[in-house]
Ligand binder design. Structure first.
Ligand SMILES: Nc1nc2c(c(=O)[nH]1)N(C=O)[C@@H](CNc1ccc(C(=O)N[C@@H](CCC(=O)O)C(=O)O)cc1)CN2
Ligand SMILES: Nc1ncnc2c1ncn2[C@@H]1O[C@H](COP(=O)(O)OP(=O)(O)OP(=O)(O)O)[C@@H](O)[C@H]1O
Length: 190
């Protein structure tokens, strides 16, 4: 399958999930996440705002659990620049206001910027991933560009409702592989 066909297939597969399917899978993802041995050095995490209309795993479950296990952990959300396909991470707190951008993604309106080098854990959205840890996103390279600026010891944790494909086609030098990916069935470590 080509990258474009794979994208279409997984986009449709996600959209066919009912709210009940999604809630059940979010529960399973959280159970797997709770079994994951959180690396000790994590103090700043870059999450993402789950897109309702695209049916993405509910990251709030994960960041709430992290905050419970590691009080004081800092959480940031990306603010995207759709002209350059880059992202900036802004720290959020309970008082942060969000604005929905032209693609329906809620982004913090203000917040302290965090440099990519300061991030310890990224929760990475995706459409699909493969057995080597390569991911398929929306094809704009936002995450590949961002991850290339982070520290080598950054933990890149994917969240996906579906099991891996054999191989994502067309991997290039910009594709940054994940360290691990959580699915409702298990945790894949790469
Ligand atoms: N929740 C979440 N936030 C995220 C991402 C993500 O995958 N999930 N991103 C990960 O990169 C970045 C935003 N990436 C995007 C990449 C492309 C389009 C886009 O082209 N949207 C068009 C067409 C979409 C389509 O192909 O169906 C549109 O919505 O009209 C939107 C966002 C940053 N924030
Ligand atoms: N660090 C980078 N510098 C320049 N171009 C880049 C960089 N990272 C990625 N790109 C380019 O951006 C595009 C990303 O396409 P690709 O299909 O890999 O996106 P994706 O991983 O599916 O999507 P995304 O990262 O937005 O979720 C490619 O054309 C790639 O060459």
């Amino acid at each position: 399958m080509t990258k474009t066909a794979l994208r279409k297939y997984y986009q449709e597969k996600r959209l066919s999930l009912t709210d009940r399917d999604r809630n059940r899978m979010d529960d399973l993802l959280l159970i797997r996440f709770q079994q994951w041995e959180i690396p000790m050095h994590i103090s700043t995490v870059l999450s993402y705002w789950p897109l309702k209309h695209r049916v993405e795993p509910n990251t709030f479950l994960f960041t709430d659990f992290l905050a419970f296990r590691m009080p004081g952990i800092a959480v940031a959300y990306p603010v995207s620049d759709f002209k350059h396909h880059t992202m900036q991470a802004l720290l959020v707190n309970d008082d942060t206001d969000y604005k929905v951008n032209q693609y329906g993604i809620a982004e913090p309106v203000e917040g302290e910027p965090v440099a990519p080098e300061e991030i310890d854990l990224v929760l990475v959205p995706m459409l699909a991933f493969d057995r080597k840890g390569y991911r398929l996103g929306y094809g704009k390279g936002f995450y590949d560009r961002y991850l290339s600026k982070c520290r080598p010891d950054l933990v890149k944790l994917g969240l996906c409702y579906f099991e891996p494909v054999g191989e994502i086609p067309g991997i290039d030098q910009y594709d940054v592989p994940l360290n691990a990916c959580i699915t409702p069935e298990r945790i894949y470590e790469f």
